[in-house]
Design a protein around this ligand. Structure first.
Ligand SMILES: CC(C)(COP(=O)(O)OP(=O)(O)OC[C@H]1O[C@@H](n2cnc3c(N)ncnc32)[C@H](O)[C@@H]1O)[C@@H](O)C(=O)NCCC(=O)NCCS
Ligand SMILES: Nc1ncnc2c1ncn2[C@@H]1O[C@H](COP(=O)(O)OP(=O)(O)OP(=O)(O)O)[C@@H](O)[C@H]1O
Length: 305
């Protein structure tokens, strides 16, 4: 009989490790692809910092690279696990560690708080369910999010302030109802734009604008209240209505919307997070080895991250 080597990992363990690393890579690449996508209104992109004074594209990339190992850990603890409150607590604790590491890497700037939450839940759901269909994974992630978070900190967040003032449920609310702005708005817009022959860059921008035109975003509400939210909803809808990214009028309106948002210091950060989630689920569903580059950003160091 062949001698069993206790140090050798079983092929099942190796598969779990490979899938966890793949999910984490897809999540990281989705974050980098979102940040690099240009021109995005009010957000950090290849042109600069948008409406932010404490963020840059380099910082967004550094943050994404810092977070990636935490996505791997989330996927590993979720693989072959039961979706219950004890796993929820374990993942929440890794999520909070990721947030602290992100803040450490950015000298305290919030580059990816919302994104850690959204992608963390989706990575866990994809790992645990071994599924790849967007609706199915988003539903599993929603179920996971709704399990109680016993370690919720007492500190008041921007989301708490906005919930109290305007009743907007923000990142938590989006997850609790299975990410409708990703599966019912972002992904269909991405696929429809691709199908109509738009470039990958324009298709991703179309998905972002579709999300922006519907989402109640606590980043926007916290900085500018309901008037800022109205400007974002109507501005994004207008760009889509007159032809969308890739059409001459749509391109001009997109640039003008960006100038307006930067002038008012408005940033649709929640929509950016949900675009990253859209790119993640799209790559997962298509079984891609990596998130495709859209070629909208040509830089000397491009490709190193
Ligand atoms: C739920 C989170 C985001 C905290 O929510 P809270 O409302 O307090 O945060 P805050 O107002 O600072 O907003 C967080 C970010 O969400 C994004 N966002 C805003 N609006 C929306 C929206 N409608 N939909 C999705 N994302 C949004 C923005 O990027 C925003 O900056 C999260 O940090 C958390 O509770 N983590 C605990 C750890 C955990 O359970 N992790 C599990 C998986 S990682
Ligand atoms: N390309 C991007 N540009 C800017 N923000 C982004 C981008 N991608 C994702 N985000 C999200 O936007 C959020 C940044 O939010 P915001 O700047 O409002 O945070 P804050 O520092 O907590 O608030 P404020 O700057 O209003 O005091 C992050 O949670 C992040 O997940």
């Amino acid at each position: 009989m062949a001698q069993l080597n206790p140090v050798t990992k079983s092929s099942r363990q190796l598969n779990t490790l490979a899938r966890s690393e793949w999910l984490s890579e897809l999540a990281k690449q989705s974050l980098i692809a979102e940040a690099e996508l240009t021109p995005k209104p009010g957000l950090v992109d290849g042109r600069g910092s948008g409406s932010h004074t404490d963020l840059s594209l380099d910082l967004m990339r550094r943050s994404a690279n810092t977070i990636a190992p935490y996505f791997t850990r989330m996927a590993l603890v979720s693989a072959e696990a039961q979706m219950n409150t004890s796993l929820r607590a374990e993942v929440a604790s890794i999520g909070r560690e990721a947030e602290a590491a992100m803040l450490g890497a950015t000298s305290g700037s919030n580059a990816h708080k919302g994104a850690i939450w959204v992608l963390g839940l989706l990575v866990c759901a994809a790992s645990l369910s071994e599924g790849s269909l967007a609706d199915f994974v988003a539903e599993a992630a929603g179920y996971f999010a709704r399990l109680p978070d016993r370690a919720r900190p007492l500190a008041v967040s921007h989301g708490d302030v906005v919930l109290e003032r305007y009743g907007a449920t923000g990142a938590r609310g989006e997850a609790y109802v299975n990410f409708p702005h990703v599966v019912k708005i972002g992904l269909p817009a991405l696929k429809a734009a691709r199908k109509s022959g738009r470039t990958e860059q324009d298709s991703r921008l179309a998905a972002l604008l579709a999300i922006m035109s519907h989402l109640d975003d606590t980043c926007v509400l916290h900085r500018g209240g309901p008037e800022a939210q109205r400007i974002v909803h109507e501005g994004a809808a207008q760009v889509i209505e007159i032809g969308g990214p890739g059409s001459p009028k749509g391109n001009a309106a997109l640039i003008a919307l960006g100038q307006e948002l930067v002038g008012l210091r408005i940033s649709p950060g929640g929509s950016a997070d949900l675009l990253a989630a859209t790119l993640f689920l799209d790559a997962l569903e298509r079984g891609l080895e990596r998130v495709e580059k859209d070629n909208s950003l040509v830089e000397e160091n491009d490709g190193e991250n």
